[in-house]
Write a protein that binds this ligand. Structure first.
Ligand code: ATP
Ligand code: FE2
Length: 327
């Protein structure tokens, strides 16, 4: 029997409500992004206020677009971490209110795992995920009952690094797409390339880029060089994860995976290794409620038993804390 699942995302900048059927048909993907004031980073409390104002409207828009009423929803799934405390609590409160008032089961899921599972909807079976977002930079794959983090950033997330450099260069938020637009040239400016074993560091790269900008290098060429360097680092670690695990599929996820140059580099690396590369559409790469709904469905479909802990938010809910019982 076909069922419909509603997913709620609120871990950071994005408030999202998505609806998907148990067959994987997306019925609605409503999103609203909190944009900090010019020159500022994200204020968790303000982002949470944004989400509490937007979520009720997003519920309505999603149900209207899907042409459903709340009684047609069989599961409410929300991202219970990792993320910013106030944002997580706002999403959890909205999820509880909607689920309990309509007598629908409620499940809190891991945001990073949701980014991976949506790649499976694209057709991947057992991929390595290159997950590049604002706060997170991880190379993840399934091994022995869990999604293991094979490599990750040891300082800042790649997207936050791009946003910071863009902000220092006088561009607004989000910086990643703005840098992509102005990236030009084919002459690589030398910047720190920091791959440490399977881990990555972006802070020194962004600081060096800022210093070069101040000393007169062109912003377009720096944007190009920052992208080339940061994306090459990310592809190198993904390639090594593919080699170590012997897996033959690569999935891209996270907001930075919207970048055309990153997509091109990842696809080149994959095709040279004989690996199939899955690139979800942009609306599914960025934070969204659909991926949260889909993960909730995968878990419940495999008779996942909800515990009390599943409905408590966890700011530091790491990818590898989740026992994967649904594969
Ligand atoms: P998470 O909680 O997973 O860290 P997030 O809040 O950072 O999520 P996402 O929507 O996954 O949200 O990613 C946002 C990031 O993606 C921002 O840092 C933004 O600059 C970056 N980004 C979006 N589009 C592009 C692009 N075309 N090129 C580079 N970066 C991009
Ligand atoms: Fe995300």
């Amino acid at each position: 029997m076909s069922t419909t699942i509603l997913g709620i995302e609120s871990t950071a900048h994005t408030a999202g409500v998505g609806i998907i059927t148990s067959e994987g048909t997306i019925l609605s993907n409503q999103r609203s992004v909190y944009i900090p004031e010019e020159g500022e980073g994200i204020h968790p409390r303000e982002a949470a206020n944004h989400h509490s104002e937007e979520l009720p409207k997003l519920f309505k828009k999603a149900l209207d677009e899907a042409n459903l009423s709340s009684k047609d929803i069989s599961l409410v799934s929300y991202a219970r971490g990792p993320g910013l405390g106030p944002c997580l609590r706002t999403g959890a409160t909205a999820a509880r209110a909607f689920a309990y008032s309509n007598d629908i089961p409620l499940l809190g899921v891991n945001h990073c795992v949701a980014h991976l599972e949506i790649g499976l909807l694209e057709g991947a079976k057992d991929p390595v995920l290159l997950y590049l977002s604002g706060a997170n930079t991880q190379v993840i794959a399934y091994a022995a009952g869990r999604y293991r983090v094979f490599g990750e950033t040891i300082d800042i997330g790649i997207g936050n690094g791009l946003d910071k450099f863009a902000r220092e260069a006088g561009m607004g938020f989000p910086g990643g797409p703005k840098l992509e637009k102005i990236a030009e040239g084919d002459e690589l400016i030398d910047l720190p390339y920091s791959v440490k074993g399977m881990d990555l560091a972006f802070s020194g790269l962004m600081t060096a880029a800022k210093q070069k900008l101040e000393s007169g290098y062109s912003l377009g060429q720096l944007a190009y060089s920052v992208q080339e360097t940061a994306f090459a680092m990310s592809c190198e670690v993904s390639e090594r994860a593919l080699a170590h695990t012997g897996k033959t599929e690569l999935v891209l996820g996270g907001g930075v995976a919207c970048n055309s140059r990153l997509r091109e580099m990842a696809m080149t690396m994959a095709s040279e290794r004989g690996v199939k590369c899955f690139v979800p559409e942009k609306a599914l790469c960025v934070d969204n409620g659909v991926m949260v709904a889909w993960l909730g469905h995968q878990m419940m479909n495999a008779d996942y038993q909800i515990t009390e802990e599943d409905n408590v938010v966890n700011q530091r809910y790491r990818t590898d804390m989740v026992e994967v019982t649904w594969r």
